[in-house]
Design a protein around this ligand. Sequence first.
Ligand SMILES: [Zn+2]
Length: 425
Amino acid sequence: MDALTTAIAARRDDLIALTQDLIRMPTLNPPGQDYRLICEYLETRLKAAGFTTELIRAHGTPGDSDTYPRWNIVARRDGRSGGDCVHFNSHTDVVEVGNGWTKDPFGGQLADGKIYGRGACDMKGGLAASIIAAEAFIATHPDYHGAIEISGTADEESGGYGGVAYLAEQGYFDPVRVQHVIIPEPLNKDRVCLGHRGGWWAEIETFGEIAHGSMPFLGDCAVRHMGAVLTAFEETLYPAMAARTTDMPVVPEGARSSTMNINSIHGGQPEQPVDYTGLPAHCVPDSCRIVIDRRFLAEEHVDAVRGEVRDLLEGLKRDRHRFDYDLREINVVLPSMTDRNAPVVQTVAAEIERHLGKPAEFVASPGTYDQKHIDRIGKLKNCIAYGPGILELAHKPDEYVGVDDMLDSANVMAGALARILLPQA
Ligand SMILES: [Zn+2]
């Protein structure tokens, strides 16, 4: 065992306790609670390891209020002399608990080498692994060059606007200041995630005319118009999307083409509360709305993604009697792909091979994560996701992170620090 591996192995209990502490802070988003609490915890921890820390509130970003302020922490520890800065970015928020748990979602229970809780896998285990990696590296090689940064950021689960996007706008991810970014999202300890697909979210509304339900011919049914939209999707859009291929190594396999989910559909009268005992009135619906979630590939342009939906709707407007619609864009995220030969990719891949004894797998994520903001706003291209959690457990009941997986990925992260910050390594 080399000195770094020994130093990390010696921190096993510390890593477990740190992960449990992080899980026990219920940083649920929405609403985005306890961000200040977790930032102060990280501040205390990282100051003890010699980091300088800044707590930054993303004032005025979506969801930010005095009740639920969007706090972030950026910690930096400069080495003996100048050189590259390696930045580990983790989001501190977790998604709602949901049903089906057999463990306390905020208990941090340790059983059979696994730590359970909401956010264990996505991504407090990754955050804890990166802290242990940095602390072990600093203790083993106090004379390193360059700098290490660790950030804990808000709101990744709701788009990252009060977290990484805000910090990127403030210059925290300027390539002059930071040269390598590792995001310890749960992509499995033997995989380097190069980036993610794009996303386009929109609401489509079809219109009709209200009338008595016994004489629908006197009105115009917005739900039937929406049915025509869905038929056009089935006949034209879905086959076209399925035929597209990509060079992006997206996992799982099914996400290696374009996809579109229809998140919701609603037409006619609003739904009544479950305890309402009345009967519905008889009306022809004059409005029907759907929300679509279209995920696209690096090879597709967002204007084409928008255009093919609009073309289908325009075709219906031309061909279908009384058809009219509104298309409202909700959000757009462009794809992000880091070059396979980028320094951080090669460094982490080499450390995976050295520590785990097998070549790293290169993947891309089906959904987006904060890399988009580091790429588009920060203009920093040397960025990957690499972390210990198992991707399929994210957002599920009884989410957990394996202690050995965290130790392995901490070794890879610390080894990457050694390769970048120790000239002779
Ligand atoms: Zn995550």
